[in-house]
Design a protein around this ligand. Sequence first.
Ligand SMILES: NC(=O)N[C@H]1NC(=O)NC1=O
Ligand SMILES: [Zn+2]
Ligand SMILES: [Zn+2]
Length: 504
Amino acid sequence: MNSSLLLGVAIAIAIGCASILLPYFSDRNQGLNEGCSLLPHRHFWLYSKRVLTPGGIMPAAVEINGGHIVSIVHQNKAPKQTKGAHVIDYGNAVIMPGLVDVHVHLNEPGRVEWEGFVTGTKAAAAGGFTTLIDMPLNSVPTTTSKEAFDMKVDAAKGRLFVDVGFWGGLVPENAFNNTAIDELLQAGALGLKSFMCPSGINDFGQTNASHIKEALRILAKYQRPLLVHAEIPQPSEDEKTKIDISERRMYSTYLRTRPPSWEEEAIKILIAVSKDTHFDGSKDGAHIHIVHLSDSSVSLDLIKEAKESGARLSVETCPHYLVFSAEEISDGDTRFKCAPPIRDVLNRERLWKALKDGHIDMLSSDHSPSSPELKLLEAGDFLRAWGGISSLQFGLPVTWSYGQQHGLQLDQLSELWSQRPAKLAGQHKKGNIVTGNDADIVVWDPENDIQIGENYTIYHKHPITPYTGKHLFGSVIATFVRGNMVYENGSHASTACGVPILAV
Ligand SMILES: NC(=O)N[C@H]1NC(=O)NC1=O
Ligand SMILES: [Zn+2]
Ligand SMILES: [Zn+2]
């Protein structure tokens, strides 16, 4: 071979290699923000035998490009690595829409010793959650004005491992100030949240029916929901007597001081108000969402009845009401303290039935941790300890493990954790594996067992949780947020590239 022929062959090989490798390299680099993803590709396919789509669970390949789902191909084998598009074959693992938690207290700015954007969203990613909606209280300031809202969004920037939206706060101070509420909603609050009982936070006062009606009028204009902590304190004998510490350590005492009638009373008022929400002749009135329902007796019957007669009402419950029961809570174990309280076994089983029958619309964590000292674990004082359960990371394995025992199917679980919550938060590009949506995805193994304990890394700021020791099924393999692999088998992406979600 003469030298010019050799040169020609070398050039041909170089061009050939370049044409094979270029798409690979361009795929690796184009629009990729280094560090956002553990996967160096913007165009790739995820394959598994169990992909949960609106058409059911099927073997399929999901094509992701530029953060979106661009195609879903029903096929029995993983696609071949072509044109530089990377393929991950997850075998028999489940590929499902990322979970959306509409009720999380991240407590930043201001109470980062309780939780924070970084720790909270890392826990979320490890648990398969791709979107969180943060509650307006426990942070300082509470999110009850445009200024406070802007501060929260600023504090979140560059610190989120999943996407996070924000509810604004409805309190007596802003309820009759239409301009203030307008500003809060225009700043991007996805809706408002209020308490009908003391919230435990001094600058987040309780609202009554008049405050709520006034806010609904404005919310109707924006088509955004009002979320309500539905408990109204009822007069009780306890107020007249001094309860000593030995009694305050008993869970039954706490239960007695916060009976189902608190929930009933609030729900009755909300139903009456919801009948009144078709303002200005508009058919699409405001929407009331009842958070963390615990009472599955009269309160649930009232909700069912109201929904049947067309009330624009939805309701969530939380894993702790579905997993634990009052009977099993030891005296002094304030890890279980939350409001409304965890009630008896019968109540829990009725909640499961309502969930399966579709009377409860969705699940949420109500992840509301505090610093360990405020749980008063040594004193075990149920009446003075902080009310709030730490649980964000465990929602999927917990509800799957206990859900299976109650006949809950995977597609129902996904509806409760992804589709319906995304809709409540107005996130139409999230919550479903369909073409055009954000590539927000969890890949997990529902058959793999885990034990919450020493060999299980908890990413919450504090590991204190009543779930310690639970043996569960379901381990998260990888979590994708808008196409970024933000978590995989115990590792997080190096850069926090989740974004604040603002209503437009
Ligand atoms: N302030 C706050 O987070 N309260 C929450 N904790 C709880 O258990 N129920 C709540 O509403
Ligand atoms: Zn609440
Ligand atoms: Zn809450």
